[in-house]
Ligand binder design. Structure first.
Ligand SMILES: Cc1ncc(COP(=O)(O)O)c(C=O)c1O
Length: 448
């Protein structure tokens, strides 16, 4: 068994209590979930998670990039408690409450989005759905097409599923999907879809394909309402596109009057050291979809956009729960925490983790690529560094062995590890986590 300053593994997981929960879960819940390993959480604090058998782990998942402020952040809990003493719900669809415009103004100011407006939702998929309706609605139906990227993930509702193209299992059995969606390659620098080894060249090849093939042979750009893009692909493996690509895409959308919608559901709310990941590229989108980290784990999402675009007519879009007052209170306190030092810590800790991983990559036979911004870091595992052969079996082995030793990480894309600790993580916790990760990767190398 293992114990460190933060980690404590007393019973090999899953312990007896965990096994009981898992058995009941499989009896009563539809088993369409992924479930990376048998972690049954009992409580959390900051960057530490405890399971039902009393094992303690360092959390590099943040509940899927949601708990940016860590587990049980006290300013957020305090604001939630205050709101619980006032009212729990009173649908924004039909009535008003002060908290909604108050938080919307604060979010717009924090995003430096002059003239911006907000629509509140309950999830990432719902924020993207809102983005589809707002962009098609803005053109009053005259531009029915939407373009998204291969290897992207935008959600699991029928429309967001259509935009996504990371795994066929997401769509299998569910066709027909939304008409009018076209997928184009994403400039994945490590595996450029056009075979280029140079980032800028890869960016130019992808943009060239959109202009010379898609816009000339597939759809006229005057019929395209919007591009939907993850500024860093999340589910796809934490892939950072070249800066040149983001700049070229922005100018291509301006030239053609097409909206640029940033899916910031996973990359947003400070995770990359900026409130929106796309700000790292010096680019402002027309619309941005938010969720996950916005309210520290209380379900909330938002679509933010220029007021001109956020102009759907009365009665054309709404929801019952979007902008729930408890969720907005949590969001308000979350934003204060992010602006009050957590984004800085994300940059600092992110640089530290990446530097250590890049050092490890030099001497490792299986680390093909290390990438990411802030605390959104991808590590691509390969069987052969020269040939870049994917190693999904090694990824699975590494993830499971990290779990057994007290570090929680998951995979992404075909063959990558996703590292997404809470933004409150400190240097000692990172050091203990890295010790586990390095040991496990070194052992994985011996399996080849
Ligand atoms: C980039 C991105 N967009 C959209 C979604 C969908 O969000 P939700 O699961 O809250 O509907 C996700 C979820 O993982 C995501 O990572």
């Amino acid at each position: 068994m293992r114990s460190g300053r933060y980690v404590s593994i007393k019973v090999e997981p899953p312990g007896p209590k965990a096994r009981e929960v898992i058995e009941k879960d499989s009896k009563y819940l539809m088993q369409s979930y992924v479930r990376w390993y048998p972690l049954v959480i009992a409580r959390g604090e900051g960057a530490i998670v405890e399971d039902v058998d009393g094992n303690r782990y360092i959390d590099f998942n943040s509940g899927l990039a949601v708990l940016n402020t860590g587990h049980l952040p006290s300013p957020v809990i305090q604001r939630i408690k205050e709101q619980l003493g006032r009212f729990l719900h009173y649908s924004l669809t039909d009535f008003y409450y002060e908290l909604a415009p108050m938080y919307a103004e604060k979010l717009i100011n924090a995003l430096k989005w002059d003239g911006g407006k907000v629509f509140f939702t309950n999830s990432g998929a719902e924020s993207i759905e809102a983005g589809i309706k707002v962009s098609r609605g803005y053109f009053k139906g005259s531009r029915p097409y939407l373009i998204s990227f291969l290897n992207s993930f935008h959600g699991r509702t029928m429309a967001t599923l259509t935009l996504s193209a990371s795994k066929t299992i997401h769509k299998k059995y569910f066709h027909p999907l939304l008409p009018g969606v076209i997928h184009v390659p994403y400039p994945y620098p490590y595996r450029c879809p056009f075979g280029s080894e140079n980032e800028d060249e890869c960016a130019e090849r992808v943009i060239g394909y959109i202009e010379d093939v898609v816009f000339k042979k597939v759809v006229d750009p005057s019929e395209v309402a919007a591009f939907f893009i993850e500024p860093i692909q999340g589910e796809g493996g934490y892939i950072v596109p070249p800066k040149r690509f983001m700049e070229m895409l922005r100018s291509l959308t301006y030239r053609n009057g097409v909206l640029l919608v940033a899916d910031e559901v996973q990359s947003g709310m400070g995770r990359t050291g900026e409130l929106l990941a796309i700000y790292n590229f010096g680019i402002k989108p027309d619309l941005a979809a938010l969720a996950k980290g916005i309210a520290s784990g209380i379900p909330l999402g938002a679509l933010v956009g220029d007021g001109d675009y956020m102009s759907l007519p009365k009665g054309s879009h709404a929801n019952t729960f979007g902008g729930n007052p408890v969720a907005l209170s949590a969001a308000d306190a979350t934003l204060d925490m992010l602006l009050g030092g957590l984004m800085e810590n994300a940059k600092k800790m992110g640089t530290y983790i990446k530097t250590r991983l890049l050092e490890l990559m030099d001497s490792s036979r299986i680390i093909g690529d290390v990438r990411g911004l802030g605390l959104m870091i991808g590590v691509e595992i390969v069987k052969d560094k020269a040939k870049k052969v994917p190693a999904p079996d090694l990824v699975e082995w590494i993830i499971n062995h990290c779990f057994k030793r007290g570090l929680l990480i998951i995979g992404g894309g075909e063959s990558s590890l996703r590292l997404a600790p809470p933004l409150v993580i400190n240097r000692d916790q990172v050091d203990e986590a890295m010790e586990i990760l390095v040991d496990v990767i070194r052992e994985a190398e011996t399996l080849l």
